[in-house]
Design a protein around this ligand. Structure first.
Ligand SMILES: C[S@@+](CC[C@H](N)C(=O)[O-])C[C@H]1O[C@@H](n2cnc3c(N)ncnc32)[C@H](O)[C@@H]1O
Length: 238
């Protein structure tokens, strides 16, 4: 397909998404969140589902087995799907869900009561106030419309989703992790190692390492070829 045809196709899909926003309240809330919070929003599509990451939740449960009532943050928890899934893996955990989309946060707060769970606005002060954390999950948050990146065939995403936005928030989250605690990142468009350079973290060997699902980009925003194998579970040095 020529570049003009690709762009036209992408524009058509964009119009389709705007039309969806008129009729679907969740899609509308995504547009409103983007307008209100601008660059603070990483992934503005809020797709989620129950028990989306058993391949990561299961090894993390084993790694945290010795921690009593671990503090766990789900960063970008959408309508609470990830947090209620985590409860199944961590029955005694203190679960914190942080979300930037106010409409989704309202849905989270209407979930059946759980005394060991709280949903918070995603701000640095609120996140820090509930830490430090034994584990932070940042799943499908540090990315921006990967389908659009594919549809437009982007090889450089520096203008679409700059590395600096990813690195600043990921480093902030990493700072909230207790010694020996875990940072779990899935579906990020950049590599965690590039953002955490100089911080006391290392990938947990043998767990959570397989081929990236979509393209990954270097700190300049340029697509890494071939698509790499990536680590997803990182531990803070004790
Ligand atoms: C694709 S959903 C992922 C939901 C869930 N983590 C999962 O993997 O199923 C991305 C979510 O991240 C949220 N988000 C984007 N930027 C955020 C930020 N700066 N702080 C907290 N949440 C954010 C979006 O509003 C959206 O609900």
């Amino acid at each position: 397909m020529s570049e003009a045809a690709t762009t036209l196709d992408w524009l058509r899909r964009r119009v389709g998404r705007l039309r969806a926003a008129v009729v679907d309240p969740r899609a509308r809330s995504e547009v409103i969140t983007r307008l209100r919070f601008g660059a603070q929003v990483h992934q503005d599509v809020s797709l989620s589902c129950h028990d989306r990451y058993p391949r990561l939740f299961t090894p993390v449960r084993a790694l945290l087995a010795e921690r009593h009532a671990p503090h766990i943050l789900s960063y970008g928890c959408a309508a609470g799907e990830e947090v209620t899934s985590l409860r199944g893996y961590f029955p005694d955990a203190m679960l914190v869900g942080a979300e930037i989309n106010p409409a989704l946060l309202r849905i989270c707060r209407k979930l059946p009561h759980d005394p060991q769970r709280v949903f918070i606005e995603s701000r640095r002060d609120t996140i820090a106030a509930h830490g430090p954390y034994d584990a932070i999950f940042a799943m499908a948050v540090f990315t921006r419309r990967p389908n659009e990146v594919n549809e437009r065939g982007l090889r450089d995403i520096s203008g679409h989703y700059p590395f600096a936005l990813f690195a600043a928030d990921l480093r902030f989250l990493a700072d909230q992790i207790a010694p020996g605690g875990l940072l779990i990142v899935e579906h990020a468009q950049y590599l965690v190692e590039d953002a955490l350079r100089g911080m006391p973290f290392s990938a947990v060997p043998g767990l959570g390492n397989w081929l990236a699902k979509g393209p990954r980009f270097d700190p300049e925003g340029i697509r890494i070829e071939p698509q790499p194998y990536i680590s997803r579970i990182f531990r803070r040095d004790s």
